[in-house]
Design a binder for this molecule. Structure first.
Ligand SMILES: [Zn+2]
Length: 180
């Protein structure tokens, strides 16, 4: 918990984000700022596909890429598109606790059995599928991953501001993550 920074007032937003779309995202979602009107996207949000998460943001405010664990490694072309064509200069990368992409191995049997029962796969194929892809999609610790992924994106897109954020499913608030 002590790695997260609560944003329950505008003053909690660090100066680096204060007058940016990242600050606005925090104000819309956490502080109930009235929803403004937008003609174009102001930022790209990368967040998990998890069904428990829903953001309070205005229409047209953001491009959103939802991928397990907020892992954008396999969505790079779409990130590039949002920047190059969509014109966004900010990325909010939102991890969350209790993420299904953390410790995938613990759900290996369930994954395989689920594909067999629910999708009609052969057990052997399902096993192979898991073994092949789990290492690509495993994120490990959720907070560490978001920080790592933010650093990686900053290297790939040096002129873009990338903010690592965290969503707690218990209270549905966004938190900032302390960076070393
Ligand atoms: Zn998740």
């Amino acid at each position: 918990m002590n790695r997260l920074i609560i944003v329950s007032a505008a003053e909690n937003i660090p100066p680096v984000y204060r007058d940016t779309p990242i600050g606005l995202l925090l104000k819309y979602h956490n502080l109930n700022r009235p929803l403004d009107e937008y003609g174009k996207a102001q930022l790209l949000i990368g967040m998990c596909m998890d069904n428990r998460k829903h953001l309070r943001i205005p229409d047209n405010f953001a491009f959103i890429i939802r991928a397990g664990g907020a892992n954008l490694r396999y969505s790079e072309f779409k990130v590039s598109y949002a920047i190059a064509v969509g014109g966004v200069k900010f990325i909010a990368l939102i991890g969350h606790n209790q993420c299904g992409m953390a410790n995938l191995i613990a759900r290996k049997a369930q994954f395989i059995q689920g594909l067999v029962n629910n999708a009609g796969w052969e057990k052997e194929l399902a096993d192979e599928h898991f073994t092949r892809f789990a290492p690509m999609f495993e994120i490990g610790d959720e907070i560490d991953f978001v920080l790592r992924e933010a650093k990686r994106l900053r290297l790939v897109y040096p002129k873009i501001q990338v903010a690592p954020l965290f969503y707690r499913v218990e209270d549905n608030f966004l938190y900032l993550i302390k960076e070393a």
